[in-house]
Design a protein around this ligand. Sequence first.
Ligand SMILES: [Zn+2]
Ligand SMILES: [Zn+2]
Length: 119
Amino acid sequence: MEYEGHFGADELYIKMKSSDSNISRATVYNTLELLAQCELLSKRNFGENKTRYESNVGKTSHDHLICTNCGAIKEFSEPKIQKIVKEISSEIGFDSTGYSFNIFGKCTNPNCGQNKNAK
Ligand SMILES: [Zn+2]
Ligand SMILES: [Zn+2]
């Protein structure tokens, strides 16, 4: 829950392993799934064929801008989007349990693209 930002199950597993934890990979995966079901974590998919998680604790609902060049992820909160989701759902007669809204593009960071492996 203390992990800042958006992480994959493998990243968390490697991090826990490097801090001398005996946790198994399956336990990490299963626990993340469970926490997501309890809505303590949000599951994200930023179009990379990989599920990422982020803590919901102390966070308001927000959406993301993803730089396809350097992988930077920025967050924003826009109540209008939530309103639209509600409106469309009730118009069509749909009980929405969540939505995902991602904006892809290139960030304005001058270092963008220089360190492709940095997250
Ligand atoms: Zn986020
Ligand atoms: Zn970038």
